[in-house]
Design a protein around this ligand. Structure first.
Ligand code: ATP
Length: 727
């Protein structure tokens, strides 16, 4: 932060002497120049200079305030994680806190984010977007020039009318109609360019985000490991579109009025005098500054509205996803409460914005339309009431022509200025969308570099926080699987197992058992690379060699064939040399061949498979997927819970025959016989890893159960003995 601040401070100090020299030079030039236009230019330079100094002072103030806030924030964070005594972590936490407090304002942060997004949507000078922007700009200039011509023609028409010259009047009308052709064409081109630009921005941004979101498991990190983005779907599908629209709109809403203002003001200053224009510009600038101070933070409002919209939509999509469960619980009233709450929170906010917009619009209209309009009329009357030096006395026709032309140009200029002022609100809205989209990009970058932020709800507090921030385990690629002192830590910071060590060779089938929530699935999340390795070393084969089947398999959209070969596509299947007949052989192993015959389209049948197939059928389809892929290792996480013992037998025996090493999480005793190793968690953070002799273990378990039954009978037997003794 320090270098940034000195960068700001130095120019202001240096400028004190420079400013004095520039001011005296400008004064001399102003006094020595006679023409009104050049005088106007010097006055404008004065105003620009004053503005620049004022902005620099404001920037410096903001920078020192930001610096002070950051320093105090850092102090606070360091003491709260003082047990960690780790500067790196403290800095990360401070940065995170600073990010959380980020407001939507037109500050450096906004321009930095906007620049980042601009680089994505307009990737280079030779890009199609640049060409579109150039031709858009060309039509913007053309339209201003046409408007200028129309203003002059307006004056000439009224002059012909005042003079009573019918022939000239008609000629002027014909010209007027002719100019309408390029004018309307230009207008249509402008609308087309704006819409096309918006579409292109959206496409670029969506492609960029999709590439990042779907690489390095970022989508999983956003939803499971990090708390900052609640609804990425809304951000990608809606906010990106709104940002693109807003950006494309802003360019035409800003570029054209600025151009109009410059050209009209220059033309006006020729006929009404440079000083008049500059004086009026000063008044306008003053009132504009007052308006800016009174403008509410619309950017923040827009960002909040988008967030609330997203949350409301998310609640609806949850209801759709879990419609059956909610219906069976008769949970519609509870769901209605949640939905109503989400909707009314959103509407309360929208209403609040509407009210703020109402007061703001009232003030904006008054200043822009009436106050500036009156100023304009005063300015237009200058050539009529004031005889400017070097100007000939005007007759009635000329006066009318000059008034009408000036009035028209002035209306154009004030309309343009009004639009620039109105666009302040649009810029604030753009700032809102920019902040939302940029925050998604920031979080994706963080996740890809291994930095997560999640509210810790664990009972063990700071100790876990430290571990989450550090994540310093090692991952080594190997053909076998080995964990050496690897802690299992949930994203909430709960330490499920302090240091886990075990090793597994190909062909060693592993059974993982333990009570609910002890970390059985979490072990495989680490193995699959979903959760970071916070310590120790993990030796594991590449991702493609391990296949995972959960209890509720994921069934994708698409054909029946696609369910078996997922995530491969048809082309990859063909490239692997697999035919539909091979797939049928796989289905036969699991007694599923009737599925293909069930639908007239056969393998190409499409359906919402999640609803069409029963729980057991879904598990069998998932197993067929495993047989198609034939990986070296398979993680079977309670994936036979809904099938019969016969089907389970077919699944396990075929999987082993295909040379797949199995790692099973299950509470079913019927599965023990398929495994040679066991990893047993006790739910208190301890575990045992040993060989598994299923028959011996089953006999021991049976004996234990018999003893348990006998033990449970002891009180009853004792009571009976007491009864008999008493008798
Ligand atoms: N994405 C997540 N965010 C926060 N906590 C999580 C997440 N995933 C799992 N956990 C927590 O980690 C702990 C272990 O979960 P895990 O799924 O490994 O349990 P399990 O041993 O497989 O249990 P079960 O037999 O019920 O499937 C649980 O307390 C769970 O709440």
């Amino acid at each position: 932060m320090a270098p940034a601040q000195s960068k700001l401070a130095t120019p202001i100090l240096l400028r004190e002497s420079t400013i004095r020299a520039v001011v005296s030079q400008l004064t001399q030039l102003y006094l020595s120049n006679r023409t009104r236009i050049s005088r106007a230019v010097y006055i404008t330079l004065f105003v620009a200079l004053i503005n620049r100094v004022r902005n620099a002072i404001a920037e410096q103030k903001a920078a020192s305030a930001h610096d002070a806030a950051k320093r105090s924030e850092r102090k606070g964070t360091t003491s709260s994680v003082s047990t960690a005594a780790d500067d790196q972590d403290a800095a990360a936490a401070a940065a995170a806190a600073a990010k959380k407090k980020k407001k939507v304002e037109l500050n450096r942060e906004f321009f930095r984010s906007l620049l980042r997004l601009l680089r994505i949507v307009v990737p280079g000078w030779r890009s199609k977007e640049t060409r579109l922007l150039i031709s858009h700009s060309f039509f913007l200039v053309l339209r201003t020039l046409i408007s200028l011509k129309v203003a002059a023609m307006d004056g000439a028409i009224v002059k012909a009318l005042v003079k009573g010259n019918g022939r000239e009047f008609l000629m002027r009308i014909v010209w007027w109609m002719l100019i309408a052709v390029p004018a309307t064409f230009t207008n249509s081109m402008l609308s087309y360019h704006q819409a096309e630009l918006s579409l292109r921005y959206r496409t670029r941004l969506t492609q960029f985000i999709h590439d990042k979101y779907l690489s390095q498991l970022t989508f999983y990190g956003i939803s499971a490991l990090d708390d900052r983005i609640k609804n990425p779907d809304q951000l990608i599908a809606v906010d990106v579109a709104k940002f693109s629209n807003s950006l494309a709109e802003l360019y035409s809403n800003l570029a054209k009025p600025i151009l109009d203002m410059t050209i009209y003001t220059l033309s006006l200053s020729k006929s009404v005098g440079g000083e008049g224009v500059v004086f009026m510009a000063l008044l306008v600038q003053l009132s504009a500054n007052v308006m800016r101070v009174l403008t509410p933070p619309f950017g923040k409002y827009v960002a909040d509205e988008a967030r609330l919209e997203g949350e409301f939509r998310f609640q609806h999509s949850r209801l759709i996803d879990h419609a059956e469960e909610v219906a069976l619980y008769a949970g519609h009233e509870a769901e209605k409460d949640t939905l109503d709450k989400g909707y009314f929170t959103l509407i309360k906010h929208v209403n609040y914005i509407l009210r703020r917009r109402f007061y703001h619009g009232f003030m904006e209209d008054f200043v822009i339309k009436y106050f500036w309009g009156a100023l304009g009329l005063l300015l237009c009357s200058v050539p009529v009431f004031v005889k400017l030096p070097g100007q000939a006395v005007l007759n009635m026709g000329d006066r009318t022509e000059s008034f009408v032309t000036n009035r028209r140009m002035l209306l154009g200029a004030s309309d343009a200025f009004g639009r620039v002022m109105f666009s302040y609100r649009e810029i604030m809205e753009l700032a809102g969308y920019t902040s939302r989209v940029a925050s998604l990009l920031d979080v994706m970058d963080d996740i890809q570099s291994g930095h997560f932020e999640k509210k810790l709800v664990s009972s063990s507090g700071t100790e876990n926080n430290e571990a989450v921030l550090r994540g310093r385990g090692k991952v080594v690629e190997s053909t076998d699987i080995e964990f050496i002192d690897v802690p299992i830590i949930s994203p909430n910071g709960d330490v499920l197992v302090k240091a886990l060590s075990f090793s597994l060779k190909q062909g060693d089938h592993l059974l993982v058992v333990g009570p609910n929530g002890c970390g059985k699935s979490s072990l495989f999340r680490i193995l699959g690379g979903l959760w970071p390795v916070y310590g120790g070393t993990v030796h594991k084969p590449p991702f493609t060699d391990i296949f995972y089947i959960p209890q509720r398999p994921y069934l994708s959209r698409g054909s029946l064939r696609q369910q078996i070969i997922y995530p491969d596509g048809l082309r990859t299947m063909r490239a692997k040399g697999v035919s539909d007949a091979d797939l049928m052989a796989v289905l036969r192993m699991l007694g599923l061949e009737h599925l293909v015959e069930l639908y007239p389209e056969g393998w190409d049948a499409e359906a919402e498979w999640r609803d069409v197939l029963s729980g057991g059928l879904q598990q069998r389809v998932a197993m067929a997927r495993l047989f198609y892929h034939r990986p070296r290792y398979a993680i079977l996480d309670e994936c036979t819970s809904s099938v019969t013992l016969d089907t389970e037998k077919a699944m396990y025996e075929n999987a082993k025959a295909l040379g797949i090493t199995l790692m099973t999480v299950s509470h079913r005793r019927s599965l023990w016989k398929y495994h040679s190793r066991i990893l047993q968690f006790d739910g208190q953070g301890n575990y045992v890893f040993t060989g598994l002799d299923a028959e011996k273990r089953l006999a021991l378990e049976d004996e234990k159960e018999d003893l348990d039954v006998l033990l449970r009978q002891v009180p009853e037997l004792e009571r009976r003995i007491e009864e008999l003794t008493a008798l």
